[in-house]
Design a protein around this ligand. Structure first.
Ligand code: TYD
Ligand code: MG
Length: 482
């Protein structure tokens, strides 16, 4: 019998077969079998030579254990990507030998971001850019455009003519691996992992099996020769990165690049990071000549200058980064049997909950009104600390009131109408003060009175939603037609 090249493994139960079935014969799940290259029997595998003690470049698997006290500590060397915003999300720069997956919707700017950083890094170290989706010509054209833009911005420095940037347009994994071994670059960019193809496997490029094998092979080489590897991954229809969780355990950091295709700003986040904090945020703006950093993003998410009824300002925290964001609500009499509720940038269930609390504890008849809510600038706010802001925006629109300018609302809303404390309040207040806010309504018991006074902020503490709204609006919205 011929030796099988492939093995099919069930992602649910781990059962292995040599033939593909639509349904796993072991656990009965549908469409869970994925193809893998079968490993040769253990006795036929090549044994790795045991490295001499202290040999740095030995494959990770071949090392011997040692007492933790004997393990030398070396500070992580990091390589700047050329962009402060990118470095922040990476945790301070790219770590040699690390694997970073950059995911995002098609057309969001992943290739642009990496090509721009490649341009900057290539002035300091060797970079290999593997384009599996575009021809070398296309990449070169874009590179030239970006380089010219860079030269215009920093007049004088110009495009780096002697930059150590190698370009390879290739989809065959084997050839990419060979090139990596031959060049041993400090940084390699693979754009994208889904477009690479391992000839050993029969499945199509982009399938779970292909993506996993290609990434694993690249990871082995990168770790061995201390190449920092940046992989581009597309987001699938379901919003997962390169198949469900296929790569996330394999890489050191997972970054996502997101944003509204119709707005120009882009957000870079760390979902996982072995070398830094997660939930850090980097903000970029897509210009006609590439991506530019936005170092003062709060201004981006503030609405217009004129305060209007139905808008409220909150401070959301993304990692260690406070962002002042404007929320806008529109409440209008419904003409439907069941009123419409829609929310952009905030989970609609959260809006439902807040409306229910307002109806129950403030006596506002919101169930007869349509309610629309939007976060300015297209940001997604997940934190419950935004609750009070949402409630205030809704009530302000409902009663046609305008919040006094310079007012900030921070607090989580309990189902009983009480305000709950939020994390990192001091940080949030600091950011608000920096942008010129003068009043902040916060949950009671923050103990930050003196801090706020030092920042020039009037701190209004409230125990319940009713108290908070009275403090913010200056009138009681529960009084009929306030
Ligand atoms: P790209 O980096 O190709 O996206 P991805 O690799 O994530 O698929 O970016 C493509 C989009 O970016 C495209 O719609 C055009 C836009 N863009 C600009 O607006 N300005 C530029 O300078 C560049 C290079 C791209
Ligand atoms: Mg691309």
């Amino acid at each position: 019998m011929a030796k099988p090249v492939s093995l099919f493994v069930c992602t649910e139960c781990g059962a292995q077969t040599r033939q593909f079935f639509g349904r796993c014969s072991s656990c009965g799940s549908w469409n869970t079998l994925i193809e893998q290259a079968a490993a040769p029997p253990a006795d036929q595998r090549r044994r790795r030579p045991v490295p001499a003690p202290g040999e740095a470049l030995a494959p990770a698997g071949a090392r011997r254990s040692e007492p933790i006290s004997a393990v030398g500590e070396r500070p992580l060397q990091r390589l700047g990507s050329g962009y402060g915003e990118f470095d922040r999300v990476l945790g301070g720069g790219l770590v040699p030998g690390s694997l970073v997956l950059l995911g995002g919707d098609p057309g969001i700017g992943k290739s642009t971001l990496l090509l721009q950083s490649a341009q900057s890094m290539a002035a300091r170290t060797s970079v290999l850019y593997v384009s599996a989706e575009e021809s070398a010509q296309q990449v070169k054209l874009r590179w030239r455009r970006l380089a010219e833009a860079e030269a215009q911005q920093a007049s004088g420095s110009g495009p780096v003519a002697d930059a150590d940037l190698q370009l390879l347009s290739e989809t065959d994994l084997e050839l990419v691996l060979q090139e990596l071994e031959a060049l041993r670059p400090a940084v390699a960019i693979i754009d994208s992992i889904q477009a690479l193809h391992d000839g050993e496997l029969s499945s199509a490029p982009g399938s779970v099996a292909q993506v996993r094998e290609c990434a694993a092979a690249l990871a082995r080489i990168a770790k061995r020769q201390h190449t920092a590897l940046l992989l581009v991954g597309h987001v699938t229809k379901e919003g997962a990165l390169a198949g469900p969780k296929v790569l996330e355990h394999l890489v050191d950091a997972v970054l996502t690049f997101e944003g509204d295709r119709f707005a120009s700003h882009r957000l870079l986040r760390a979902v996982k990071n072995r070398f830094g904090a997660t939930h850090e945020l980097g903000v970029f703006e897509m210009r006609d000549r590439g991506l530019a950093e936005v170092t003062n993003p709060s201004e981006l998410f503030l609405g217009g200058e004129e305060p209007s009824s139905g808008s409220a300002t909150i401070v959301a925290c993304e990692g260690t980064r406070p962002l002042v964001v404007e929320l806008q609500a529109l409440v209008s009499t419904t003409s439907y049997a069941s009123p419409r509720r829609s929310a952009t940038g905030i989970a609609v269930n959260r809006l439902h909950q807040i409306l229910a609390v307002l109806e129950k504890h403030m006596g506002l008849p919101l169930s007869r009104f349509d309610c629309y809510l939007a976060v300015a600038g297209g940001l997604e706010v997940e934190e419950p600390a935004a609750d009070l802001g949402v409630a205030a925006a809704v009530v302000a629109s409902f009663r046609d009131l305008t919040l006094p300018p310079g007012t900030l609302l921070i607090g989580e809303l309990g189902l009983g109408g009480q305000l709950r404390p939020v994390s990192q309040l001091e940080l949030r207040l600091g950011e608000a003060a920096r942008l010129g806010f003068t009043r902040a309504v916060v949950p009671r018991g923050s103990g930050l009175g003196p801090v706020a006074a030092g920042l020039g902020l009037e701190l209004l503490e409230a125990a319940t939603i009713a108290q908070a709204l009275v403090a913010a609006l200056g009138v009681n919205p529960a009084d009929d037609r306030a």
